[in-house]
Design a binder for this molecule. Sequence first.
Ligand code: SF4
Length: 335
Amino acid sequence: MPSIKYCWIFITDRCQLDCDYCFFSSKTRRQDLSLAQAKQLLSILPKGSKTEFVISGGEPLLRWDFVKTLVRDIKKIRPKSSIVLQSNMLLLTDEKMRFLRRHNISLEPGIDGNPESTARHRKGTSAQNYRLICKNIKKALRLGIEVFPTMTVHPQETRYMARNFGFLSSLGVSRIDVHPAFLAPWDAASAKDFIDNYRHLAALSCARKRVLCPCYSRPMSYGHDLVVLPQGDVLANWTFMAFPKAIRDRFFILKLGADGAAYNEAVYQGLLAHYRALFKNRTVSYREFSNYSAALAMRLWKRARPKAGFRRYRDICRAVKNIDKTFLMTPRHAK
Ligand code: SF4
């Protein structure tokens, strides 16, 4: 049986920001998942599987009451599951932080480094917003909430990686995932620059026990994600979300309704056949699984430029895996 690695629940596609590398493409900015659909999802999750829940959007804090209900429901059926809330942090308040702390929810804030790097690609991050994001990160840390940003690096920003990483570390976060922007226009020079800078950060992290996180290079068991979109459609991996709607719609494995869930049997069985072949006789990291899924969608997408950028992106991911293995996944650093 395939295991479920991450269960991403995109509770809304509304967001106050407009990041140029947001992988949730074709947002309508008015769609919300219903409670009935969320309950359907929780009822069909395979019993006993170790799933990590990610509550996301859009901006999930735009639906705080829904977040609270969802967290309580997840904790009721899976008391030991880990839950991460992805947020741009703008609507975080003391009361919300106390709730997150009480339920042991980690925070994954959207921040890419210093104000210039963050504002350049996260459109809508004014100076005032940026100060608020940093203030809320520090406050959450003081309250004992685990906070780990994903520092997304755009091809034009590779030269600032060390500076941005240093800035985020100085906020006191426990770990940072440094990730190349997906479907961005990577070329040979920017890919090389990313890899060189990443190696430098990994060596630093290894020597000083700083916080670069190799989580997506770790092996995963045969399986896939459940990625629930606000309209109730479910995908097997997050990368499908980044493609134009016409491509993305060919990968739905499930549709959640108010009264039940309908499997898209042909698509699901087709995907499982691909994933079985991928996992057969080899160790697969989560990044490799995601890139394999993206390659399936890429085959249907006839656009030449993203394809070239995607090839470079995969080169970067391969290099990152080797660097993580060398510097961060030794027994000394194993979590
Ligand atoms: S804050 Fe998140 S959901 Fe909103 S546009 Fe940026 S990446 Fe997308």
